[in-house]
Design a protein around this ligand. Structure first.
Ligand SMILES: [Mg+2]
Length: 211
């Protein structure tokens, strides 16, 4: 009778130890799962120009426009390049999307907000004050992004804007109003290829025959 409680306690401790070993084994197995990737791939940066790349604005009244707003006494009328909304949805899955515009923040923010009303497609925003002036030309120095330039792509209608890092820059035909324009959808397969590359620069250089 005197040994029964001791035997019961020993059985209980044995049971707890067995359960603990099962839990430990279970935990070890789940964290060493060989299907986990060695490292999480970071998305590259896709830097998009705004004016004549994604949108077109006019300061004189336009009969047809998708957005207008008044800043500092002037009214601006905006239209959007065909396919731009689907383009942003797709590239935001492949890249961290950044807007770098030669415009000032006060002018650019309302149209960027319109393009990304939920704030989920476009990350950082850079404005005129983030650029440089070289020989009188506005230039987008991509080193300001603070990331490895092997992982940065800029799409811009003005090649002068990427003259400091030519092999990061993809020129796109300026868009003024053509409703039949297909440049953004045409560009997608190339961007998908760049998203999977280790270094975007040799691929861009080859495509645009730069040395
Ligand atoms: Mg532009």
């Amino acid at each position: 009778m005197s040994n029964r409680p001791a035997a019961s306690a020993a059985a209980c401790i044995k049971s707890i130890k067995r359960r603990f070993r099962q839990l430990l084994h279970s935990k070890t197995s789940s964290t060493s799962c060989s299907s986990l990737p060695d490292k999480i791939q970071e998305k590259k940066l896709l830097v998009l120009d705004l004016d004549e790349t994604l949108v077109r604005h006019s300061e004189s009244f336009a009969e047809s426009y998708a957005l207008s707003y008044t800043i500092e006494g002037s009214t601006y009328y905006f239209n959007f390049r065909p396919f731009v909304h689907k383009f942003l949805e797709r590239v935001s899955q492949l890249f961290d999307v950044v807007i770098f515009t030669a415009n000032r923040r006060i002018y650019a923010d309302p149209v960027i907000d319109f393009l990304d009303p939920g704030g989920k497609l476009i990350g950082r925003r850079y404005y005129h004050d983030s650029g440089k002036t070289i020989n009188g030309c506005f230039v987008k120095d991509l080193t300001i992004l603070g990331v490895d330039l092997a992982k940065v792509v800029l799409v811009d209608n003005d090649p002068n804007n990427f003259r400091l890092q030519k092999n990061n820059g993809i020129p796109i035909v300026s868009w003024y109003f053509d409703p039949q324009d297909e440049e953004l959808s045409t560009l997608l397969p190339f961007l998908e290829r760049l998203a999977a590359a280790d270094d975007v620069r040799p691929i861009i250089a080859e495509r645009f025959t730069r040395s």
